[in-house]
Design a protein around this ligand. Structure first.
Ligand code: SAM
Length: 276
């Protein structure tokens, strides 16, 4: 098994071509979204943060050719992958627009539905993006998002925090807390919607778990390395990283021995707002 400490995320075409495991994570949120949006004919739809094409292409195929769906994402390599799939699936009702959702290239009141699966935690300027959504939506148009919530992997973060204490870096714990609170709560995401002018029409909270044999398996899992490791590394000085992460791996392994595995909980939210 590769050593996770020497892993470096490189945003290259080759990396993205092996990225198809990612929808396994996205799919739990995607099902929550797909089960709760209303399908109708003749819709204009936007998927914000469409990444490698999920749920963009699934929605396009479920809606069929009377609707048009646009994927907005600034991530060049992910968009390339989404375009390959559009070609491969022979879809004519989808278009990828490579840019940030902070400025949507649509006229006022021209869109019926905006969705975003796991986008909101990644948007730096959430308020601006929601304002843009409000501008382009028709009256009664809907914005429907799914996201993981604060409390995500709380079992892991609790071990991470005690590891920082043990390593005599208690002053770095605040960095870890800052990373955790980037994930919202149902209350503060709903407030964000309402403050930007949306009326909440539906909200559903749910939860699932991810199990790993132990900390070594967790930290070396390619999706953990690709999706999370560099953001954890960025929280600490370079010189402290080997000590912290070796101790973290050890502590996760001790926990796994005691509990027979590591079971991590993921709280999630479907939130839908309407433009009045
Ligand atoms: C966690 S990924 C989710 C991708 C996909 N929707 C899925 O479910 O697998 C978040 C996506 O948001 C995109 N993103 C980040 N900032 C953005 C912005 N300002 N506007 C549009 N997309 C953005 C990222 O490039 C990334 O593709």
């Amino acid at each position: 098994m590769n050593d996770f400490l020497s892993y470096e995320f490189i945003d290259s075409s080759n990396c993205i071509n092996t990225f198809d495991e990612a929808p396994l994570w996205s799919s739990r949120f995607g099902f929550l979204l797909l089960d709760n949006i209303k399908l109708k004919p003749n819709l204009t739809v936007i998927d914000l943060g469409s990444g490698t094409g999920f749920p963009l292409l699934e929605i396009a195929e479920r809606l069929g050719n009377s609707s048009k769906i646009y994927g907005i994402d600034p991530w060049e390599n992910a968009n390339k992958k989404a375009k390959q799939k559009i070609k491969e699936y022979n879809l004519f009702n989808v278009e990828i627009i490579e840019q940030s959702a902070e400025k949507l290239p649509f006229k006022e009141k021209s869109v019926d539905l905006i969705v975003s699966n796991l986008g909101i935690n990644n948007f730096k300027n959430k308020e601006l993006i929601l304002q843009e959504c409000l501008r382009v939506l028709k009256i009664n148009g809907k914005l429907a998002i799914t996201t993981n919530l604060y409390g995500h992997w709380k079992e892991f973060y609790s071990i991470f925090e005690s590891t920082l204490h043990e390593c005599k870096y208690p002053y770095l714990i605040d960095n870890l807390h800052q990373e955790q609170i980037q994930r919202g709560t149902k209350e503060n995401i709903s407030k964000l919607f309402v403050n930007q002018g949306f009326s909440i029409t539906n909200s559903i909270e749910s939860q699932f778990t991810m199990n790993f044999l132990n900390g070594t398996a967790f930290l070396n899992h390619h999706f953990i390395k690709c999706g999370w490791l560099s953001s954890w590394f960025s929280l600490f000085p370079d010189s402290a990283i080997p000590k912290i992460f070796k101790k973290l791996e050890y502590n996760l392994n001790i926990y796994a021995e005691e509990h027979k595995q590591i079971s991590l909980s993921i709280p999630m939210l479907f939130l839908e707002g309407k433009k009045l």
